[in-house]
Design a protein around this ligand. Sequence first.
Ligand SMILES: Cc1cc2nc3c(=O)[nH]c(=O)nc-3n(C[C@H](O)[C@H](O)[C@H](O)COP(=O)(O)OP(=O)(O)OC[C@H]3O[C@@H](n4cnc5c(N)ncnc54)[C@H](O)[C@@H]3O)c2cc1C
Length: 288
Amino acid sequence: MKISDLYLNSDKPVISCEFFAPKTERGFQSLNKVFEKLKQASPAFYSVTYGAGGGTARPTLELVCKIQDEFGITSMPHLTCVNHSKEYLINYVLELKENGINNILALRGDMPDSDGFVPHPEGLRFAADVVGLVGELNHFCIGVAAHPEGHPDSTSLEEDIQYLKIKLDAGADFAITQFFFDNEFYFKFLEMARNIGIDKPIIPGIIPFINSNHVMKFAKINGTYIPDLLKEQMFEAGDDRKRSTKLGVEQAVKQCRELLDSGVPGIHFFTLNNSKPTLSVLQRLGIN
Ligand SMILES: Cc1cc2nc3c(=O)[nH]c(=O)nc-3n(C[C@H](O)[C@H](O)[C@H](O)COP(=O)(O)OP(=O)(O)OC[C@H]3O[C@@H](n4cnc5c(N)ncnc54)[C@H](O)[C@@H]3O)c2cc1C
């Protein structure tokens, strides 16, 4: 199933969940339980992250196949061009195709040990180039990343949206955003995107977080704004998983209600490989 068809044809919001590929057999076993539990919410598709540099290339491939073959759910591997030659990327993408995968989230990724991005000498520079390479096979539905608060490397939001347009014009079918805690950034971004002629789905990414300290660290790296009250509550919850999860779920429910009321075509949940918080959000929203 192509994910673009889900967005086109679904009469209800398309719910998707993101997981990271475990590196151990034990990790795979515990994900089985997560998938079993999430089944009750009937998510439309699952995506699996790719460790920039290729550290999870095999586990990512294994997991997307498992999701489709054993759980019967459409899956989408992420793919970055960090430290990869074009030849490597083409071979990997062909392997995905041979394994029945029809969707890819095409990304640039970040260098593991450096601030700036340095392309592989025989590789690619931007996510738009990955879109072009994947698109040449005429097989995949392609998603890309969007950054409603601006990508940390870019000089302005206007510039970033132009680059998003380039990725979509290069053949991508939809975009999924980085997580955000203030919906106004998403609404403004969407309006700016529509104003420059972007008409493809831009799906909000929502994180029902489970550790406040961790999510504050990610937010700092991504340049994500945290509203004052939420920040105060996050500091209070700190590493306390129970308090953090309660806060993460409350925040996600609040954001999702407003997003769904505005008519978004779907919501993408960064699950952090946990079923409970995402399920709680969906139950509170009446989507399961
Ligand atoms: C939903 C989602 C899932 C993700 N999954 C993963 C994952 O699995 N693995 C992982 O490592 N990372 C992942 N990331 C993070 C992502 O790799 C980083 O945000 C990375 O820094 C940028 O990737 P991009 O695909 O947006 O890059 P690009 O679109 O290439 O943008 C990167 C930077 O270059 C600029 N730029 C783009 N095009 C041009 C151009 N033509 N000329 C000049 N400047 C340009 C942009 O403004 C931006 O500053 C994910 C992000 C999101 C939102």
